[in-house]
Design a protein around this ligand. Structure first.
Ligand code: BES
Ligand code: ZN
Ligand code: ZN
Length: 478
């Protein structure tokens, strides 16, 4: 979808369809009040009514009228507009922040993934034009709006890029293919790219990650992308779980839980999208993205419950469940990342636990770590960018649940509650002492993928992590 901004009043802009947001109050005095009422329109949030004879699409908006409601309403409206035969849509906007939300609504709401359809159905609608004039006759400085448009498009498109990676099947997006994708991104965006294959991983003594991948016909890769501007204000390390498929391994998942596990690479895809956006916005921040790309499968050679693995940092891990594989991969990738880059902050993104969804519901990212103030910054970055984040607190009793009688630590908890937190406390074993306060872990198990549309999200990958991270980086690394 092409998104344009014209320095013109709305009525002067030539477009086939006009979109108007209407709340209960403006509805009372609306010029088409009678017609809309007849059609059953009540100005409820996201309620749509198309008055084709007036080339008008009306979208209801709740009285709260927050940016979040506008973002979501715009996504719904644009999807509806795409089902007609109009080629262009125009709309006015209100505040600069609302403009950002509306652009996100357009770009994220109009996203379709049709690579696996033999007959894709492209929509006729190809452009959405915003007027810089508000519906009350006031207007915003065009420069301010242009900056917002450019910036928001980069971030929203990076989010869609992540979605499309996540949506690819496990047979198409193997660890090797993830490495190829990273390499292509590196070439187009001027990033450094280093890939370790099995030999490289052996040289680095990354036996936890290697064990997880041992049962697969698609051997693992470690991907390191780096964006290095000349005088960076900060150095940031991002680590992503890139399980291109999680069958559970020998602790095999139940048939119904296995479906959708192609999305277990969403953390790895997210860090690729983040570094893409950072490099396109030319931010003065050095960013390193590390991805552990692995497939967790069964075979005569697969790793087993009862194995003891030695991670890169020397710690030994008792495996009691091969389905808790993400934390094993992250243990080694976190170790490798900290050894190779001295960063100001370390953030990891992982579809790590079903327990995170039990705790927070299916839309919210779990935020965990030792630094309370830093976690609070992320809660705010989430709220400001339109992603839901919730903090899950550590405590010393939960830490005892992953003790092992045999090795240094066990990969699963001895109790069936608080699984998102005990998984994060497992990762804590692989965070160096000097990084403890600089580390935040994001469990995106619920937020990274959806099988039914919600907010700006369509079926499939959501691109969770991208918008909130760009918001945090731009706010805290100035
Ligand atoms: N990839 C899964 C977590 C997951 C579950 C993500 C559902 C998205 C949706 C992870 O590797 C896993 O299987 N975790 C186990 C951990 C358990 C064995 C301690 C889980 O959540 O059941
Ligand atoms: Zn698993
Ligand atoms: Zn997994």
């Amino acid at each position: 979808m092409n998104v344009k901004l014209y320095n013109q009043p709305l009525e002067k802009i030539g477009a086939e369809l006009t979109l108007e947001f209407v709340d209960a109050k403006t509805f009372e005095t609306h010029p088409h009040h009678a017609l809309l009422t007849q059609a059953g329109f009540k100005a409820e949030q996201e309620q749509l009514c198309a008055l084709h004879e007036h080339r008008l699409l009306v979208c209801g908006i709740d009285k709260e009228m927050s940016d979040e409601l506008y973002r979501s309403a715009m996504a719904t409206a644009v999807k509806s507009a795409m089902s007609y035969a109009y080629t262009s849509l125009k709309c006015s906007q209100y505040t600069p922040e609302r403009f950002r939300a509306l652009i996100e609504g357009v770009v994220l709401g109009s996203y379709k993934f049709e690579s696996y359809k033999s007959e894709p159905k492209p929509s006729k609608l190809t452009e959405v034009i915003f007027s810089n004039e508000n519906n009350d006759g006031s207007s915003n400085a065009i420069d301010t709006l242009e900056t917002i448009l450019t910036q928001t498009l980069v971030i929203a498109k990076a989010t869609n890029f992540v979605r499309s990676l996540v949506n690819q099947t496990p047979d198409d997006m193997t660890p090797k293919q993830m490495a190829i994708t990273a390499d292509i991104l590196a070439q187009s965006n001027n990033l450094e790219c280093t890939i370790l294959d099995v030999n490289g991983l052996e040289d680095e003594k990354m036996f936890a990650m290697l064990s997880v991948g041992r049962g697969s016909a698609h051997p693992p890769r470690l991907i390191h992308l780096a964006y290095k501007p000349e005088n960076p204000k900060r150095v940031i390390t991002l680590v992503g779980k890139g399980l291109t498929y999680d069958s559970g391994g020998l602790s095999l998942k139940a048939a119904t839980s296995m479906v959708t596990m192609k999305m277990d690479k969403a953390g790895g895809c997210a860090v690729m999208g983040i570094i893409k956006a950072v490099s396109e916005l030319k931010l003065d921040i050095e960013v390193h993205a590390f991805i552990g790309a692995v497939e967790n499968m069964i075979s005569g050679n697969a790793y087993k419950p009862d194995d003891v693995l030695r991670a890169k940092n020397g710690k030994t891990i008792e495996v009691r469940n091969t389905d808790a594989e993400g934390r094993l991969v992250l243990a080694d990738v976190l170790g490798y990342a900290q050894e190779n880059v001295k960063a100001d902050f370390l953030f990891d993104y992982a579809t790590l636990t079903g327990a995170c969804m039990v705790a927070l519901g299916p839309y919210t990212t779990g935020v965990m770590g030792h630094n309370e103030a830093l976690k609070q910054e992320w809660i705010e970055a989430g709220a400001a960018s339109g992603e839901y984040c919730g903090m899950l607190p550590f405590n010393r009793h939960l830490k005892k649940l992953i003790k092992s009688d045999l090795a240094d630590v066990c990969n699963v908890s001895s109790k069936p509650y608080g699984g998102a937190i005990t998984a994060a406390l497992f990762l804590d074993n692989f965070i160096d002492e000097d990084m403890k306060e600089k580390w935040v872990h994001f469990d995106i198990a619920g937020s990274a993928y959806t099988e039914s549309a919600w907010d700006v999200h369509t079926y499939g990958g959501t691109g969770a992590g991208v918008r909130m991270t760009l918001n945090w980086l731009m706010e805290h690394c100035k």
